[in-house]
Ligand binder design. Sequence first.
Ligand SMILES: Cc1cc2nc3c(=O)[nH]c(=O)nc-3n(C[C@H](O)[C@H](O)[C@H](O)COP(=O)(O)OP(=O)(O)OC[C@H]3O[C@@H](n4cnc5c(N)ncnc54)[C@H](O)[C@@H]3O)c2cc1C
Length: 462
Amino acid sequence: MSTPYDAIVIGSGQAGPSVAARLAASGLRTALVEREHLGGTCVNDGCMPTKTLVASARAAHIARRAADFGVTIGGPVGVDMKAVKARKDAIVGQSVANLTRWLSGIEGLDLHWGHARFVSSHAIEIGGQVLEAPKIFINVGGRPVLPDWPGIADAPVLTNTTLLELDRLPEHLLVIGGSYIGLEFAQIFRRFGARVTVLEVADRLIAREDPEVSRAVQSILEAEGIRFHLAVRKARVRAQGPRVAIEFEDAAGAQALDGSDLFAAVGRRPNSDDLGLQHTRIATDARGFIQVDDCLRTNVPGIWALGDVNGRGAFTHTSYNDHEIVLANLLDDDPRRVGDRISAYALFTDPPLARLGMNQAEARTSGRPVLVGRLPMSRVGRARERGETQGFMQVLVDAETERILGATLLCIEADEIVHSLLDVMAAGASYKVIRRCVHIHPTVSELIPTLLADLRPLAATA
Ligand SMILES: Cc1cc2nc3c(=O)[nH]c(=O)nc-3n(C[C@H](O)[C@H](O)[C@H](O)COP(=O)(O)OP(=O)(O)OC[C@H]3O[C@@H](n4cnc5c(N)ncnc54)[C@H](O)[C@@H]3O)c2cc1C
């Protein structure tokens, strides 16, 4: 016996709940299936908890710098890790409670708890119960992978999920992976007071960015006392009671580190491997991402894949945008496409790195005539007033079309001010629109028109 629905949504990440709510509101009997926690990665062990920790870490950092601002604290700055975690848990708990209340009150929407697996193209099984529907939406996200270093399977390795549950300060945190997740946690725990060492197999951090960005981020983090080993080779991990030892080679030769805790942040893989896809014809690529077209349809009619599992984005905003694209095409006769999306994301270190569109390397290979505007933050009044002049702002413009091609902002408020550039890019307008705009003084945004006032040809080599 199976239970018939008009639509089934698998996974309550950043796309699933909104798809399910809208389908139910439009009269379709809808099932939303979740195996663990409402809100998925972003709310429970991704964006939201990490950003609450970023806020606690920044409070500690600014408190330690209090004297720079003429403020006396009258003793050493301490961090109460139990209180930090309690604050994080309360903020996450509030979001999950809001989501639960919202989803429970939607007429026509049934919430099913359990791990869903396809038993045929239009039927899934959850704990012995079979549900079937002509429309199925897959929003199952991804999970962390561990490096394949010898010894790692026998060592106590933390992932983003378990590191967020710590309510004690690691004495020496070893971070494997010098990319977005690894660097955010590295700075967070350094600011809480831990010794932090980052190991990266590439010869620079965040290797998808331009080399000067990698260097700038590294030097900002080194100035806070984080140590880095790049181009790590031949690493071996050894558990030593509760501690961990790593031996490896880098450019300086053989190295050995001893850490109280080991955290791996070397990438994520899609949750498509235990979804019963073998009982369907749904196609995945070699890495397990479910293949979709520009409207997020899989190759099986009536089945869509949204969020991290489709490999078309790896962010909360891309997953949420996936839900908008699917619903626009399905219900609103609005032909929105993934291809219309401008790449935008941030690394939430302090100062944050915000990125839009092309970087310099991509602009060079695009074959276009490119202009670049660049401003060090030491020239930005607001940054000097705040005593936070690290980093720079950089914008790339197509010399012929006058359109903005990309931006790299490594500075205070970068994650917020970048949106003025994104909106002008999305409008397909000339950079002169923003160049002639009068921004509020004294802000960081105020310098974006200035940045665009002095554009020069991009050098042919980095
Ligand atoms: C530490 C960290 C920090 C991050 N910070 C940011 C950030 O600052 N900004 C940003 O944009 N992105 C960030 N991300 C990425 C972001 O969290 C994800 O891109 C986002 O959550 C989108 O995921 P999703 O909608 O694809 O699915 P997810 O949020 O991963 O949700 C998938 C859901 O499906 C459920 N599920 C899986 N399989 C099944 C099954 N078979 N049956 C039933 N349920 C199932 C899971 O339990 C989960 O609840 C971060 C990620 C991490 C790990």
